[in-house]
Design a protein around this ligand. Structure first.
Ligand SMILES: NC(=O)c1ccc[n+]([C@@H]2O[C@H](COP(=O)([O-])OP(=O)(O)OC[C@H]3O[C@@H](n4cnc5c(N)ncnc54)[C@H](OP(=O)(O)O)[C@@H]3O)[C@@H](O)[C@H]2O)c1
Length: 306
């Protein structure tokens, strides 16, 4: 078993005792997908957690990369997400089965509702969200998935689920970096045993030239990316930086052998600029627009069939 599951610094434990590696590799349709980078992450950098989504269109390539890496898929914590046009009962089940098939697994480690929004034509939004959540609870009960959660849910969205659910979401994955640090939402999740997980830890690169981050990088002899990723990890928040470049994938993983001083943690904690990378107001149009999954996926290097 990889040391991410035995070293307590390298994982968090969800409220059903599932261990989730604290550092994951992001993948996406945005900014490209690189087969070689994913293989390298698993084979050479010790990553054992990959984040993806049906929407990104790269699930089938991840299956190929896991196979090519020689790492057992059982050792890799795999997260994927259900896109709102698949919300419901049978539709969610079909989406889940499709994701498993493309990822080459029978069970998933974490399945998330990608956004709290639903297609515009839906009259009773809350009841669709609850039916979908119930489907996830059944998949959990049937042991098709080890943990279930949501993504981009704010307090009112979580209330809808919490008021009716049998299983409290294990995870809420949201944008999280020093420019966007939703402290109230994080406390809300913590009080309810929902593990807050952060995405876009580098603010898609926007934070890499922030003078205070550059300064800290110099003082620790680390890169700005390492400082930002370390900040999340030191706060015990799972984080999923994405890169299509092997060297950066490696750099982003070398964050367990240094510690940020309290004053630097405080500086990053209080840097909030209300800069949001993912604008939630653009999501409804994306849900209602019939573009296919992975519509903007660019393969940075063509995956090689293992
Ligand atoms: N749940 C959701 O709605 C949601 C939304 C957004 C993202 N996510 C997840 O979060 C993951 C990461 O988010 P993200 O891709 O938006 O943002 P990110 O990880 O903050 O930043 C990725 C960007 O930073 C660059 N980069 C990565 N490492 C670097 C380094 N060491 N030095 C310099 N540049 C570096 C990458 O370029 P190169 O590829 O050229 O290295 C890419 O342009 C996604 O892949 C996805 O899994 C989830």
């Amino acid at each position: 078993m990889a040391d991410v599951y035995t070293n307590p610094e390298k994982h968090v434990i969800l409220h059903n005792n599932v261990k989730m590696p604290i550092l994951g590799l992001g993948t996406s349709h945005d900014g490209g997908y690189s087969h070689e980078a994913v293989v390298y992450a698993l084979k050479n950098c010790g990553y054992r957690h990959i984040d993806t989504a049906k929407r990104y269109g790269c699930e089938k390539y991840i299956a190929q990369a896991i196979k090519a890496s020689g790492v057992s898929s059982e050792d890799v914590f795999l997260t994927t997400k259900c896109w709102p046009t698949d919300y419901g009962t049978n539709t969610t089940r079909e989406a889940f089965n499709g994701s498993c098939q493309r990822l080459g697994v029978n069970t998933l480690d974490l399945y998330l509702l990608h956004w709290p929004d639903v297609p515009s034509g839906v009259r009773d939004k809350n009841s669709l969200l609850l039916d979908t959540w119930r489907t996830l609870e059944l998949l959990l009960d049937e042991e098709r998935v080890r943990s279930i959660g949501v993504s981009n849910f704010l307090e009112p969205h979580l209330e809808v689920i919490l008021n009716e659910c049998s299983v409290v979401p294990h995870v809420n994955q949201c944008e999280f970096h020093p420019y966007n640090n939703p402290k109230k939402l994080r406390s809300y999740c913590k009080e309810r045993n929902i593990q807050f997980e952060g995405y876009s830890p580098l603010a898609k690169g926007m934070l890499l030239n922030e003078p205070q981050v550059l300064e800290m990088g110099k003082s620790y002899e680390r890169t700005p990316a390492q400082v930002l990723i370390r900040w999340g990890i030191q706060k015990k928040i799972p984080t999923i930086p994405k890169s299509t470049k092997g060297q950066r994938v490696l750099e982003n993983s070398q964050v367990f052998d240094f510690e940020l001083r309290t004053e630097d943690m405080d500086t990053l904690n209080n840097m909030t600029r209300e800069i949001q990378i993912m604008d939630p107001s653009t999501i409804q149009a994306k849900i209602d627009n019939p573009l296919p999954d992975g519509y903007k996926l660019k393969l940075v290097q063509i995956p090689v069939e293992p």
